[in-house]
Design a protein around this ligand. Sequence first.
Ligand SMILES: Cc1cc2nc3c(=O)[nH]c(=O)nc-3n(C[C@H](O)[C@H](O)[C@H](O)COP(=O)(O)O)c2cc1C
Length: 217
Amino acid sequence: MTDLLPGQAEAIAEVNDLRQAISKGDPRTLDLILGKAHTHFAWTDRKVDETTLRAAFDLARMGPTSMNCQPMRLVWVRSAEAKARLIPHMMEGNREKTAKAPVTAIVAHDTAFYTQFGRNFPINPGAAGFFAGNAELAQVTAFRNATLQAAYLIIALRAHGLDVGGMSGFDNPAVDVEFLGGTTFKSNFLMNVGYGDAGTVFPRLPRFAFDDVSQIV
Ligand SMILES: Cc1cc2nc3c(=O)[nH]c(=O)nc-3n(C[C@H](O)[C@H](O)[C@H](O)COP(=O)(O)O)c2cc1C
């Protein structure tokens, strides 16, 4: 057997323990995270505590990204002052729900994510060189992986009992200037986060079936 990498024995033991403990998600949990979860547009008065946001993030960050690049960057817009800076840059139809949401996350990606490879990809920090001279590859990689991370975050927030409402209807360059100036970050979409008012969810719109969108070759 070849030598194990540092930490690899622990990773193998963790996977084996997990497989012994559980082989399939609990149906109620699957409903909570996706099956019966809905996008929310209105919010109850219940506060969202920072501990819950941090716990959800700690779960979401375990989702995989290419070369462990983790390009997602977040601004959690919570104060009235910060909301007032965000809302003018939103489409009219997104303003009221955002004003009332306890928290609105700006989901962004760092186009210079590869500068963190010394920390995040220590098995090959030199891989940063692939991206440093190729802005298009860096942009595609950042967008792809940060969008994946955002999906992990939606699921993790739901798993922690929160509701989420995604929004792409806003002026990205204006939000970048307002909240991300002086960084290499670019906004992707916004997420209202809170405890949703179930009385306002929309009927489920049609979803593609496996056979509508798949081929097995
Ligand atoms: C990335 C993203 C952007 C969205 N943008 C908006 C938006 O700008 N305004 C809005 O009212 N809804 C927006 N939505 C909500 C979608 O229309 C909604 O999630 C979808 O219809 C599924 O609804 P359901 O979760 O209740 O099944 C967005 C959702 C996502 C994931």
